[in-house]
Design a protein around this ligand. Structure first.
Ligand code: GAL
Ligand code: ZN
Length: 656
């Protein structure tokens, strides 16, 4: 199986999405000159080029793409070639309206933007397959080809009749009989019983709350339906002349795609990541996405897209201040990226993203952005040999599962204040601030190599996952589990006792009498070794063998246990405030034998080990001085370091 290293060699790839079809060909030569000058080694071409390649049904115009591929090859720049199937031409929607998605209320999602295709449409799929086949035949052996990029950020949902038929096929495969579906969905409730498969529809707009198990299955189905589109194109390109690594770019921590499953189907895992420069914790957000992507890849991975400056999809879009793009690029490398690419190479003058930054901005080659891009290119060229392929060691894992997120993030639940990604982020932040490098893992994966496993929140835990957690602790592991985890089974059926019985035994809990979500803005006073605030949630718990680590001191749950431990299994029935969560996880990690990458770090300093290198990344608002015991060589400046490193604002040092 090919992997990212087949495309990188011993380099860190550097570049971005390149859309030459938006520019006259004279500009292309200028592009190549600037690319060479900036150290660009990889461009992603073709992402939304369908109407250019297939202007009318069945016609092909490859001339321009031939010239682009050849031009890149002549200049030693590799091409990540995308299938253009994320943006069907207008003729398709016009001639075949059934290829257009339908929203929950049955309305048509029109062409005129992008990603307007129904994943279940056989017509869409056959046009997509045909153009992919022709691309593969024409460029499969092209010397510039580095990697195949399938579609772009698969993210459409559709509720149309074709989708309904497809959903039924998927459900038949899962349940075999309609009785089994009725049982799994609990259709005795509200007279929802289905007598025949034909009656089953996707969860469309309805009078009141929809069946949660149906919504959950529809999420599972949609992720699978999109994956079918992706693997169909993948199978075509892998059959071409030369076996070249294949990827599709994920949106970061996105609800629509079970990326654990998807990653299994790719040679290279890639992600698009756009932290908000105005977020004081953007560095942590980036680290979380990077940790998640590395874990899906089980090794080196690729930043397919990041912004060189501002984006255009927030209410206010600020550019990256000087040095921030470099900091985040090197952070990605520290956390395992072997490719750092951008959306996009040259800033568009027209179209919906003309205000979105690019490596060459409207200010051109003398603009600040391009100058900074050159610096990043030079840094990556310097580091390439030393980092490419090197592992990022982690002794801590955060468990994450889309199935639980899908079951969790629905209407009609105890608290709309609880957002799954926010809770996961709070726990990742605590570990990040504690200086502990974390992987992410699926709850049913083998966890044996981790000294500490944390579950921020897995409301739904299937039997295999429950058994896995119990076995992990029995085998010597330390587990810390957040509130309401293990409340539901695989079908989103609430477990008797408020938590799976095996887990209650593990944590030393007799019964969860009540979940006690906190009204917006309410916090509870808790104390144990120290006092802290409990956020979002509380529980009325009765322990069996657990020891109470902290107690609620206010509210209706006053006097009841807030945090418990039962040997190496810990349960937090509330979300401790950020400082408390950091302190608690630091202590638990210490007890489990896990130490920070670097002791005595100043606030805002991120330290990450990759291979035999130590990355020091300054996320603080100003300069930092860092003490690092011993003598080292700093690779970006190629200078010796003796005990102390000074980092400018957004500064980075890489110590060997
Ligand atoms: C991504 C997309 C790119 C571009 C970018 C802007 O979602 O793949 O094509 O739209 O966002 O940030
Ligand atoms: Zn559809």
């Amino acid at each position: 199986m090919p992997s990212l290293s087949d495309a990188t060699g011993s380099r860190v790839l550097f570049g971005g999405d390149y859309n030459p079809e938006q520019w006259p060909e004279e500009t292309w030569l200028d592009d190549v000159r600037l690319m060479k000058d900036a150290g660009v080694t990889s461009v992603t071409v073709g992402v939304f080029s369908w109407a250019r390649i297939e202007p009318r049904p069945g016609e092909r115009d490859f001339g321009w793409l031939d010239r682009v591929m050849d031009l890149m090859h002549r200049h030693g720049i590799g091409v990540v070639l995308a299938t253009p199937t994320a943006s069907p031409p207008a003729w398709m929607g016009n001639r075949h309206p059934e290829t257009l998605p339908r929203a929950e209320d049955g309305s048509v999602v029109w062409y005129g933007s992008r990603q307007h295709f129904c994943p279940s449409s056989p017509v869409y799929r056959s046009y997509a397959a045909a153009i992919t086949k022709d691309l593969a035949a024409r460029y499969g052996d092209h010397p510039a080809l580095l990697m195949w990029h399938i579609n772009n950020e698969y993210c459409t949902f559709c509720w149309c009749d074709e989708t309904a038929r497809h959903f039924r096929r998927w459900l038949r495969h899962r349940y075999t009989t309609i009785e089994a579906l009725n049982e799994a969905w609990g259709t005795a409730f509200w007279s929802q019983r289905y007598d025949a498969w034909e009656e089953v529809i996707p969860p469309r707009k309805a009078q009141y709350l929809r069946n949660p198990a149906c919504v959950l299955d529809f999420r599972r189905f949609t992720s699978d339906a999109l994956l079918e589109c992706c693997t169909a194109e993948r199978d075509i390109v892998v059959a071409s002349a030369r076996r070249t690594p294949v990827t599709t770019n994920f949106m970061p921590f996105w609800i629509g795609q079970d990326a654990w499953t998807w990653a299994e189907e790719e040679d290279v895992v890639s992600v698009d990541v756009y932290p908000d420069p105005t977020d004081p914790l953007a560095g942590q957000y980036g680290a979380m996405i990077q940790d998640m992507t590395r874990s899906q890849a089980r090794g080196p991975w690729m930043v397919m897209e990041q912004a060189a400056g501002a984006v255009n999809f927030r209410p206010v879009n600020v550019p990256k201040p000087r040095g921030l793009g470099r900091l985040w690029s090197l952070q990605a490398v520290a956390r395992g990226a072997d490719a750092v690419c951008h959306f996009q190479w040259r800033q568009s003058r027209q179209g919906a993203e003309k205000f979105h930054s690019a490596m060459v901005s409207h200010a051109g080659e003398h603009g600040r952005t391009y100058q900074e891009i050159k610096r990043i290119g030079a840094d990556l060229a310097r580091l390439g040999e030393r980092v490419a392929g090197a592992p990022v060691p982690a002794e801590v894992a955060i468990l994450h599962d889309w199935n639980s997120w899908w079951a969790d993030e629905q209407e009609g639940r105890p608290s709309a204040e609880v957002h799954y990604p926010t809770v996961v982020r709070a726990w990742h932040r605590a570990l990040w601030e504690a200086g502990l490098t974390t992987d992410f893992a699926h709850p049913a994966h083998d966890l044996g190599r981790y000294s500490l496993v944390v579950v921020p929140r897995l409301y739904l835990l299937g039997d295999a996952a429950v058994d896995n957690l119990v076995a992990y602790v029995r085998g010597g592991g330390t587990l810390v589990c957040g509130f309401q985890s293990g409340a539901a089974d695989e079908d989103d059926r609430i477990r008797p006792g408020g938590m799976d019985e095996r887990l209650r035994d593990l944590f030393g809990i007799r019964l969860v009498h009540e979940w006690w979500p906190l009204p917006e803005g309410e916090e509870l006073v808790c104390d144990g070794d120290r006092s802290f605030r409990g956020l979002l949630w509380a529980e009325e718990l009765e322990t069996s063998t657990a020891e109470t680590v902290a107690t609620y001191r206010s509210g209706e749950v006053e006097g009841l246990p807030a945090l418990l431990r039962n040997g190496r299994a810990w349960y937090f029935s509330t979300l401790p405030d950020p400082a408390a969560l950091r302190a608690l996880l630091t202590e638990v990690a210490h007890e489990a034998g896990v130490r920070p990458v670097l002791e005595g770090r100043p606030a805002g300093l991120e330290a990450v080990r990759r291979g035999d290198l130590l990355f020091l990344l300054n996320h603080a608002p100003g300069p930092l001085t860092v003490t690092v015991p011993g003598r080292h060589r700093e690779l970006l400046t190629d200078s010796p370091v003796d005990g102390v490193v000074h980092l400018e604002r957004h500064g980075v040092a890489v110590l060997a």
